[in-house]
Design a protein around this ligand. Structure first.
Ligand SMILES: Cc1cc2nc3c(=O)[nH]c(=O)nc-3n(C[C@H](O)[C@H](O)[C@H](O)COP(=O)(O)O)c2cc1C
Length: 197
């Protein structure tokens, strides 16, 4: 039987609830994270509580970017250090919350920082999604767009875990989501093993 390998996991929590309020998505993600084997590392960041400057498209002006500073530097370093990146993201308007979109937009900058290897190392990583929303069908456009983002960078898609959200605590009543959370990283490990020759 496969067990999740001892990887460095980066959890990017993107609910815009006030600091101290644990939303449904983070609750579900922490259930999944609790099953990671000893030896795995977990780094958590809450994007809504970080200072994320707006992305400026400089592709056709300067054509390159300065290395990021401050919280963006923290996120770049955490992104490069991780082997498995997990977006812990509720559905907002059929899509991802704006702090996660800002972070993702900065991937376009990080691909163009002179001397920084970004795209190639990203291709060795796995991207997964843990999400909640009012309705499973309405999460599909967001899931599909993140699968395409992973593909663009050649990342492996580790899967999406969805739970029924609402007010804080609602997802705890979604027995299927809770059961799937307990197996989420094991399932990702099984699909990695299937790819090994
Ligand atoms: C700005 C905003 C937009 C939302 N848009 C959707 C949506 O498009 N579809 C949906 O099913 N639920 C939507 N919801 C509901 C949230 O996805 C749901 O309450 C989720 O569980 C919140 O996650 P959290 O508890 O981790 O913060 C929205 C909530 C907010 C605050």
């Amino acid at each position: 039987m496969s067990t999740p390998h001892c990887l460095q996991h980066l959890f990017l929590s993107t609910s815009s609830r006030a600091p101290g309020q644990v939303g449904n998505t983070e609750w579900l993600a922490r259930r999944a994270a609790d099953t990671l084997p000893a030896g795995s590392t977990q780094t958590w960041h809450h994007l809504a509580h970080m200072d994320l400057p707006p992305f400026i498209d400089q592709r056709h002006t300067t054509g390159s970017y300065q290395p990021p500073v401050g919280d963006m530097r923290t996120l770049l370093d955490a992104t490069l250090a991780a082997e498995h990146i997990v977006f812990v993201s509720p559905v907002y308007w059929y899509s991802i919350p704006s702090p996660l979109k800002t972070y993702l937009d900065h991937w376009s900058a990080w691909m163009r920082v002179p001397g920084l290897a970004f795209k190639e190392p990203m291709g060795a990583k796995t991207l997964s999604l843990i999400t909640t929303s009012g309705d499973r069908a309405r999460a599909q456009p967001m899931i599909d767009s993140l699968i395409l983002c992973a593909k663009f960078l050649g990342m492996r898609w580790g899967g999406a875990l969805w739970g029924q959200g609402g007010p804080p605590g609602a997802v705890q009543a979604d027995a299927r989501a809770v059961a799937e959370a307990n197996d989420f990283f094991q399932a990702a490990a099984r699909s990695t093993d299937a790819l090994r020759p």
